[in-house]
Design a protein around this ligand. Structure first.
Ligand SMILES: Nc1ncnc2c1ncn2[C@@H]1O[C@H](COP(=O)(O)OP(=O)(O)OP(=O)(O)O)[C@@H](O)[C@H]1O
Ligand SMILES: [Mg+2]
Length: 303
């Protein structure tokens, strides 16, 4: 569905996407993760032709988005990071303009729009001006817009940012349903739990490059196996001195607590019996630990 080969995008002398190779296969729910500024949206914008690549190769359904955007736009739905809705028009007007843009047959437009507005619980807002909608409603509407063409490939750039937990769950349900009925999905998110529950494969990008790739489970196993204990921040010096020189511990101090990852559960529970330190919480390590390890805070002992 998507093939990127040595794909680059420079803005002036800055490389936003620095020669990435990746492939998204039909039927996947593919996660594109990475810290702010990693190059995710730049990559997505290249897939539907709003940003032209500097070099390398990019194919969507086998077509080059720089020269064949017409062939692509009918089959691709995108939830852009910025909503890009016309604020001075109504919900229906915005959706009708988009239907015309992607070539939905005139006779099908009204029903398609009404059905999707109901699907995302926005039917009651059909005649409202965009500027009167809440941030979460606009996000849901951008999701509706992305589905108007019944796309084979759906690209979601932070679709749930700003959504309350109930609406986020609603959207996850829709994404799952679409995935199960054969839609290929590319998802960018900063919610690691969201990526873990929805994606069957993902990459973590950093500084315009792919830092790691695999299923969420494989990445956890490979980069951050074991368990994480969260300790009181006041205990950080004591913890540092206990684990100094022992490389079986990964350590992160945060303003809210000390995160300590160990290979086994007993390594964490023994902190209590051996040193009188009780973790506030113990959990299996997750994708957030992988993300921090690969892109963010150094998980090393500063002793
Ligand atoms: N039009 C532009 N002109 C100059 N620099 C740009 C432009 N668009 C993006 N960049 C730069 O490219 C880098 C990658 O930006 P991009 O929006 O792709 O990041 P991202 O991974 O989507 O981040 P976020 O998680 O914050 O959305 C950033 O340093 C950004 O400042
Ligand atoms: Mg972005």
């Amino acid at each position: 569905m998507i093939t990127a080969t040595s794909l680059k995008k420079n803005f002036g002398d800055f490389s936003a996407v620095n020669g990435i190779n990746l492939q998204v296969n039909k039927g996947e729910c593919f996660g594109l993760l990475g810290p702010n500024g990693a190059g995710k949206s730049t990559f997505i914008n290249m897939t539907y032709g709003t940003v032209k690549r500097s070099s390398g190769d990019l194919k969507i359904f086998g077509y080059d988005p720089d020269t064949n955007s017409r062939e692509i736009k009918y089959r691709l739905g995108v939830v852009t990071q910025d909503n890009a809705l016309d604020e001075s028009l109504t919900v229906l007007e915005n959706m009708q303009i988009y239907c015309a843009f992607i070539g939905v047959a005139r006779a099908d437009r009204k029903k398609r729009i009404e059905d999707l507005l109901e699907y995302m619980n926005l039917g009651h807002k059909r005649d409202a001006l965009i500027q009167t909608l809440s941030g979460g409603m606009k996000r849901r509407l951008v999701f509706v817009r992305a589905l108007l063409g019944n796309p084979e490939l759906l690209i979601l750039d932070e679709p749930t940012t700003g959504l309350d937990p109930a609406v986020r769950h609603l959207l996850w349900g829709k994404v799952r349903e679409l995935h199960q009925t054969g839609t290929t999905i590319v998802l960018t998110t900063h919610y690691m739990h969201e990526a873990e529950v929805l994606c069957n494969r993902l990459v973590i990008m950093n500084h315009g490059l792919v830092a790691a790739e695999g299923s969420p489970q494989k990445m956890i196993k490979e980069h951050a196996p074991g368990y994480v204990g969260i300790f009181n921040i006041e205990d950080q010096n004591k913890i540092k001195s206990i684990i100094a020189g022992r490389d079986s511990y990964d350590f992160v101090e945060d303003t809210s607590g000390v995160y300590l990852r160990t290979q086994t559960l007993s390594d964490l529970t023994s902190f209590h019996s051996d040193h009188g330190l009780t973790p506030l919480q113990i959990r299996p390590s997750n994708l957030e630990d992988v993300f921090l390890k690969l892109t963010g805070k150094e998980l090393s002992v500063d002793a």
